[in-house]
Design a protein. Structure first.
Length: 532
């Protein structure tokens, strides 16, 4: 019926659980539900959704658990009387880099799903490898080195694929499986990402990989958005056929299989839009839509990602992905391991465990910390790579010192984290004109003020931290509108009715100038710390 409400479903298959968000055309959230793998599917025996091997480096998840999770979520949606009959399109999000290995039976089993049985019972034997490598795996150092060598070095791999070879990136994982499990490799018909596997369940067939999540594999030519023959050749034989096609992120993956209408009351013509990775979906969920829009997620780890017009990959930091909402644009992402836990450590050491006392220390100390700069590496850092943990403090003359006053430590942690984001963000092409802060620590106004003045752009806050599932629902609507229009419709067009984010800070020109003057000194000192 033409005047019936139209709804859009986003699914987020993350490391720890499966979540759904349903929105209407005006972008209001009408339904949400989440299941947690450890709690709700204990028979798979995961911790945090994964299983870590004895070597401490190999990290996997049972692929069948992701199938069982979809069964369970659908049952819960039915029990909640979620308005599934009004859903017009579905898209989704998957943890990035994880791979799902499907055997020769998989395609016909998916096509012939029987409505009287759950997915799990019917699909238990479609995997050529039962335990899927996930993004937390770091066991592929040898494959990274070999593939970088074959492709002309780290910068050449970054120029070609958007990132230098990283252990968790799928191409390096595939090379390892080809080397260590040749029989399983040979028995594989399709290698899916998590983000192409879940929609494969929905359409009852092999869904394509989207260009944005495909960028996290070290296999795709980041500019052409096609598999790079050179990158495939140095990974494993016959890969192009096993990987299948790449589509733009707004394109259709297929139509929802009748299993879903017969069992759960979806209509027969629900469109399934290509799924993407969780970080690309968060970019959509946080409504980054123009070059210069940057999001900073402040949590256990800090993540910075933003919309870019051009790709300028760097071998030393960050990743360039195809943009999930604008097929000719890009996104860049930086990951930091030392986020909230490190801030909390200094709060406990220097502010008696109180955020209030921490904020008072910031009030009482000068912008720029009188030239004092610190590096607080509680966990081995990714950006830049600093494996040796420790705290390095330097005075205004650049001389290493053993200790700072408590207020200096409090200020040095915050200023250092954002100077690093400014420095490394610049290296991947960020020129922030608008910052969206999200994640647990984004409620800390003294932190937000430092962020705002260091980066020199107004800061807005997003109330919802779990933006991947919402972003997937936005992308379902986006893809559906593109299908209706018979061509690409700008993502901004979809977001027109969205309530604006709340602005919480405006940069102070004087403070920003102090940080600009500090940046090159920070870069010099960082080089010394990286060198050890
Ligand atoms: C990104 C990455 C993680 C996963 C988490 O490169 O490895 O953020 O996507 O789900």
């Amino acid at each position: 019926m033409a005047d019936e409400k139209k709804l859009f479903l986003g699914l987020d298959s993350s490391t720890q659980g499966l979540k759904c968000t349903i929105i209407d055309e005006a972008l209001n959230t009408v339904y949400e539900r989440a299941i947690n793998f450890d709690r709700d599917l204990p028979r798979f025996g995961t911790k945090g959704g994964v299983q870590v091997a004895a070597d401490g480096l190999t990290v996997t998840s049972p692929a069948l658990m992701w199938v069982a999770a979809l069964d369970l979520l659908l049952e819960q949606m039915r029990a909640d009387k979620a308005p599934l009959a009004l859903v017009r399109a579905i898209s989704g999000s998957g943890q990035q880099h994880g791979s799902v290995w499907l055997n020769a039976k998989a395609e016909s089993k998916l096509r012939n799903l029987q409505a009287d049985q759950p997915l799990e019972t019917q699909l238990a034997d479609i995997f050529s490898i039962a335990d899927s490598p996930v993004w937390m795996d770091s066991s592929t150092g040898a494959q990274c080195a070999a593939r970088e060598k074959a492709l002309g070095g780290a910068q050449a791999v970054a120029d070609l694929t958007g990132s230098r070879a990283y252990e968790r990136f799928t191409g390096n994982q595939i090379a390892k499986i080809h080397e260590h499990q040749p029989a399983a490799f040979a028995a594989t018909s399709r290698i899916a990402l998590v983000s192409s596997f879940i929609p494969s369940l929905l359409i009852g067939g092999f869904a394509p990989i989207d260009a944005s999540d495909g960028s996290g594999m070290n296999l795709m030519d980041i500019r052409r958005k096609t598999w790079s023959p050179a990158a495939l050749d140095c990974t494993a034989p016959g890969l192009a056929a096993k990987l299948g096609p790449i589509v733009a992120s707004h394109e259709k993956a297929g139509t929802l299989h009748k299993w879903f209408s017969q069992r759960y009351g979806f209509t027969a013509d629900v469109q399934v839009i290509a799924f993407s990775g969780d970080n690309p979906n968060s970019l959509a969920g946080l409504r980054l839509q123009d070059p210069g829009d940057v999001a900073i997620s402040l949590g256990t780890s800090d993540t910075v990602f933003g919309f870019l017009a051009e790709a300028r990959p760097s071998a030393s930091e960050g990743h360039i992905f195809a943009n999930p909402v604008a097929p000719d644009a890009y996104m860049a992402m930086l990951c930091y391991k030392n986020g909230s836990l490190t801030r909390e450590f200094i709060r406990d050491q220097s502010a008696g465990g109180s955020w209030k006392a921490y904020a008072q220390h910031l009030e009482a100390s000068p912008v720029g910390n009188g030239g004092c700069i610190g590096f607080y590496i509680r966990d081995p850092e990714i950006t830049p790579p600093i494996l040796k943990t420790g705290i390095w403090r330097f005075d205004a003359a650049g001389k290493p010192v053993d200790r700072f006053e408590p207020a200096q430590d409090c200020r040095a942690v915050y200023e250092g984290q954002f100077l690093s984001m400014r420095l490394h963000g610049r290296n991947v092409g960020f020129k922030p004109h608008r910052i969206l802060a999200t994640g647990g620590a984004s409620v800390d106004m003294s932190l937000i003020r430092v962020m705002c003045n260091v980066l020199g752009a107004p800061v807005f806050v997003a109330e919802k931290a779990d933006s991947a599932s919402l972003g997937a629902a936005y992308r379902a609507l986006h893809g559906w509108r593109c299908l209706k229009a018979g061509g690409f419709v700008s993502f901004g067009e979809i977001l027109k009715t969205a309530a604006p984010f709340k602005q919480v800070a405006t940069p102070d020109a004087g403070a920003h100038a102090i940080y600009t003057a500090m940046l090159e000194r920070y870069a010099e000192l960082e080089k010394r710390v990286v060198k050890g």
